[in-house]
Design a protein around this ligand. Structure first.
Ligand code: ADP
Ligand code: MG
Length: 332
């Protein structure tokens, strides 16, 4: 069966695109050139940035997850794509399929989403509401006013950086699964640590300030949704470069390390995805600027590798069986 990316490449790369499509299928968001700006204002040739992401109950979050967490996860996962473009989202539409009109659920979903929109200055401007298995599909839009960070802009000699820590997405899912199966959580982490892991699943880190700061400083960026190796692979293939990653340099989340056995932790860090951290490249000379932006945004940034001429992603310091490199794909 074809994987998610085979399907996109085979069936959804229509030819004959308008020249206004500056970046189309294949990046974290599309960038579209507008020929007119606000009435009465000089035409500034604005660029609209658009991205869509869908979350399905039972696939992207466990069945029965509280409504407020469904709201924060669906919004922040979408915001993550904008952080990876270095652009602030301003408007969005929401296509909602609901199994029933449960007003208690809707009130909690709406109140959490409304609060986040206020924090992020995001306006809900439309959508669609239908009856069906719970699914939340958001389309975020924003305006690029500087350099957009693409997956295709890494250059040989760049350093590869990752934000915060890796492994929380996989660890949180293990926690949720074991609670579902046995009603108990694994005993080797404290209640506070457990809560921290779950919070990251419910509300992934918002890295917008850092992402926007990186535009003009970094070259390429992507958010880690499919897994570190797979997402580094997207940068490598779309930039036409090779990427070397040092296992020993990876910021493995300390709670995940306690929760999983070494094989699980390795899988969570390298291939699980769901971490929604930024993976970006910047020339070595920009290191002081990257470090200053990280301090300003209060986000840890760790240099985990290098970009060189060639192709593919190579992991050093640990064996990486080939099957691990694929990352998460729907249908495969
Ligand atoms: P992300 O992991 O950043 O959400 P995806 O892996 O979902 O991105 O998608 C990869 C690229 O393919 C993106 O540029 C996305 O817009 C595009 N894409 C996904 N599905 C379709 C589709 N059915 N038609 C056109 N483009 C698609
Ligand atoms: Mg993305």
């Amino acid at each position: 069966m074809p994987g998610e990316f085979d399907i996109i490449n085979k069936y959804f790369r229509f030819s004959g695109q308008d020249k206004s499509v500056l970046m189309g299928v294949g990046d974290d968001a599309a960038v579209l050139a507008l020929s007119h700006s606000l009435p009465g204002e000089k035409n500034s040739g604005g660029r609209l940035v658009v991205a869509t992401d869908t979350l399905l109950e039972g696939v992207h979050f466990p069945a029965g997850m509280p409504a407020e967490h469904v709201a924060s996860r669906s919004l922040l996962v979408n915001v993550s794509d904008f952080a990876a473009m270095g652009v602030r989202p301003r408007w969005f539409t929401i296509a909602l399929a609901l199994p029933d009109a449960n007003e208690d659920w809707l009130a909690r979903f709406s109140s959490r989403m409304g609060a986040l929109c206020e924090e992020l200055t995001l306006s809900l401007v439309g959508g669609d509401t239908v009856k069906g298995p719970l699914s939340i599909s958001l389309t975020l839009m924003g305006e690029a006013d500087g350099q957009v960070l693409s997956r295709a802009a890494a250059k040989p000699g760049d350093e590869l950086w990752v934000t915060n820590s890796l492994g929380r997405g996989g660890a949180a899912l293990k926690l949720l699964d074991s609670e579902k199966q046995s009603g108990a959580s694994p005993g080797n982490i404290s209640a506070v640590e457990k809560e921290q892991l779950l919070q990251h699943f419910y509300a992934p880190d918002c890295l917008l300030d850092l992402g926007v700061g990186l535009s003009g400083v970094a070259h390429a960026a992507i958010d880690i949704s499919d897994g570190l190796l797979a997402d580094a692979g997207h940068i490598a293939s779309q930039s036409g470069v090779a990427i070397d990653i040092e296992w020993d340099a990876l910021p493995v989340n300390t709670i995940a390390k306690k929760l999983g056995n070494p094989d699980e932790v390795r899988r969570w860090v390298l291939t699980h995805g769901d971490d929604y951290q930024l993976l970006f490249t910047a020339s070595a000379g920009k290191r002081p600027e990257v470090e200053a932006l990280a301090r300003e945004a209060d986000v840890a940034c760790t240099c985990i590798g290098k970009v060189r001429e060639g192709g593919g992603v190579k992991l050093h310091g640990i064996k990486s069986p080939l099957e691990e490199a694929a990352g998460f794909q729907h249908f495969s």
